[in-house]
Write a protein that binds this ligand. Sequence first.
Ligand SMILES: [Zn+2]
Length: 102
Amino acid sequence: MSRIDTAVESGSVKLLRFAPSGRRLWIVVGRDSEYWTDPELGFCSCKDFYFSSLTKGEPCYHLKSVHKAMLDDKFVAFEFSDDEYTAFLQALAQDSASQLLR
Ligand SMILES: [Zn+2]
C-alpha cells in the first residue's frame, strides 16, 4: 500500500465541520504534527508544500491524501460550532509557523 492509502485507511484525514456556517477545515495527521490542508485552494501548511509544491506544482502528500479520502468517502468527520472556528484557525496558524521556523 502506498503512503497515501495507508494514511487514508488509518483515518488520518479529518474533516472539521462548523455549524451553522458549514465552513470546513481538513486536517491530515502526520508523523509528528497535524497539517491544515485546503483541497479547494490547493493549500497545505506543511514544509513540503512551501518548498516543493509551490515551485514544482506537485501537490504534497497531505493534499493527495485529502483528495483520496474525499473520493473514497473515507475521512473522520467532527462537528463543531462556529464559535470555535477562530480558535482552530489560530491554533493551526501557530502550529504552521512553528513548523516552518524549526
Ligand atoms: Zn502537506
